[in-house]
Design a binder for this molecule. Structure first.
Ligand code: NAD
Length: 499
């Protein structure tokens, strides 16, 4: 074993060996369904664990538990400072178990252990503590009124924020713990109860943190986890009549299906969906900064990042030199298992995702697109795809418009910045974008004109708990993070008093 190979903790081995049930009412419960879902290690395609394939009946039990807990109001009416302290203790317990969680994440998701440690744990802890702090900042406003009747009457009015009720959190597979926590923490901070459903591909880390929440003092039933397939378990959860709000992160197609069914009951919905995110490199950009920033922006987590830069528009004078710098960088990437900390690019999450990304590349190859690829990775049954640059792809190729969600990036020569802006905005998506320039005026101009929920200047894909995030156009509705995050988990009630 090489020095860069991670040694598995005993606690990881024993967690993988457990017969995982559903986490309902503060304890493990068996599913009604006998069928199990296999969890694979993307690094070699071998089975490492399994999870319950929850039935609609299981989901009903979990939502009923969340509803009972919410109706009892123990959590919702707890002094905010006490709720905050419990959530901070929850964060401390996650931190104490960080290495175990990071290893589990790499084993089920495939990403580098370095990314699991820094993002899935490091960032998760930042988000947990930031959001715990919002618990004690929930506030309304006092309002002056002009009601003229009856003559002489006086009024005092204010708004109060009240937890919305039971939240359904639906989580994708690309950042299973981090995105899971983005559902759990705002719901709990607001005083709601939650039933969260991880992706069927990556259920392990959320199951592990559920028991840590109980250990921290979150009351039974306030935080439940159900595992299962989207079409069965996910659909039963978002359609449950006792669910007051759905927080969904995933594909645009699934998000639209959820929004349609939520409309029937007017369930509140936040949708964080896909992206086909442009980066515009102007001719005065710093080339070294561009290559460093956009290599990370494009290849982090093998490009399985909704915010990833997947279309890079480069002004003509910089195009040749930047293309060869990107090619050199891509060819220098080591491709291998995430449990080897020396590897830069790791397997995709699943055989299905590998097949999907391969199909985009095969179509491009068949159309004679210019592909510059790096190392293809080990040939051992793992779900590897070589990091690839597609140079000036034909606009008819699917990878020009559709989200690839893999280590594949388009480099496009543009005559000038206006052409770049037109092409950048010519997409149904609007999640993120970046502009690379040393000119402050151009940076401000392009940050206003790019149609995206987040625009970065001279960086890409860097997010923060205090910076609202979400999509325009087909990339979603609503915003996560920032000081107003809990508003999406609260009803705003107006109180009007005559005196
Ligand atoms: P997906 O839509 O296939 O699945 C997401 C989740 O929804 C899974 O837990 C799945 O089981 C569940 N699901 C599927 N069908 C359902 C249904 N009918 N009802 C309820 N739940 C259902 O997405 P994915 O392939 O897991 O994730 C990749 C996608 O997520 C990409 O499109 C990516 O851009 C997007 N994403 C967006 C963001 C963001 O913040 N905007 C972040 C990460 C990922």
């Amino acid at each position: 074993m090489s020095a860069t190979q991670v040694t598995l903790l005993e606690s990881v081995k024993s967690f993988l060996a457990r017969a995982h049930g559903l986490y309902i009412d503060g304890r493990w419960q068996a599913s009604d369904a006998a069928a199990r879902l296999t969890v694979f290690n993307p690094a070699d395609g071998k089975a490492i664990s399994s999870s319950a394939d929850a039935s609609p009946g299981d989901v009903d039990r979990a939502v009923s538990s969340a509803w009972r807990a919410f109706s009892a109001r123990v959590w919702a009416d707890m002094l905010p400072a006490i709720r905050e302290r419990i959530l901070l203790r929850f964060a401390d317990l996650v931190e104490q178990n960080a290495e175990e969680l990071a290893q589990l994440e790499t084993l089920e998701q495939g990403k580098s252990i370095n990314i699991s440690r820094a993002f899935e744990l490091g960032c998760t802890l930042n988000w947990m503590r930031y959001t715990a702090g919002l618990t004690t900042k929930i506030s309304g406003r006092t309002l002056g009124l002009s009601i003229p009747l009856p003559e002489g009457a006086r009024y005092q009015a204010w708004t109060r924020k009240e937890p919305v009720g039971v939240v359904a959190g639906i989580v994708p597979w690309n950042f299973p713990l981090l995105i899971g926590i983005w559902k759990v923490m705002p719901a709990l901070a607001a005083g709601c109860s939650i039933v969260v459903k991880p992706s069927e591909t990556t259920p392990l880390t959320l199951l592990r943190v559920a028991e840590l929440a109980t250990e921290a003092g979150v009351p039974d039933g306030v935080f439940n986890v159900v595992t299962g397939r989207g079409a069965v378990c996910g659909a039963a959860l978002v359609n449950h009549p006792q669910v007051a709000k759905v927080s969904f992160t995933g594909s645009t197609a699934t998000g639209k299906a959820i929004a349609r069914s939520a409309a029937d009951r007017l369930t509140r919905v936040t949708l964080e969906l896909g992206g086909k995110n442009p980066a515009i490199v102007l001719k005065d950009a710093d080339p070294a900064q561009v290559v460093e920033g956009l290599m990370t922006g494009s290849f982090l987590n093998q490009g399985q990042v909704c915010a990833a830069s997947s279309r890079i528009y480069i002004e003509a004078p910089l195009f040749e030199s930047l293309t060869s710098a990107f090619e050199q960088a891509v060819k220098g990437l080591k491709v291998g298992a995430g449990m080897d900390s020396a590897m830069h690019i790791n397997p995709l999450v699943s055989a299905m995702q590998q097949k999907k990304v391969s199909a985009f590349l095969e179509e491009a190859r068949a159309q004679n697109a210019e592909l510059l690829s790096g190392d293809a990775g080990p040939n051992n049954g793992g779900y590897y795809i070589a990091p690839t640059l597609v140079v000036n792809p034909d606009p008819a190729l699917r990878l020009v418009r559709e989200e690839v969600f893999g280590p594949v990036v388009n480099l496009v020569r543009v005559a000038d910045a206006e052409e770049a802006l037109r092409l950048a905005n010519d997409t149904e998506y609007g999640l993120t974008a970046s502009v690379w320039t040393q000119n402050v005026g151009k940076a401000l101009d392009y940050s206003a004109r790019l149609e995206a929920g987040t625009v970065w200047v001279n960086t890409h894909t860097l997010i923060d708990p205090n910076l609202p995030f979400g999509g325009m156009k087909q990339s979603g509705t609503g915003r996560d993070f920032g000081p107003d995050w809990l508003d999406a988990y609260c009803e705003e009630k107006s109180v009007c008093v005559r005196y």
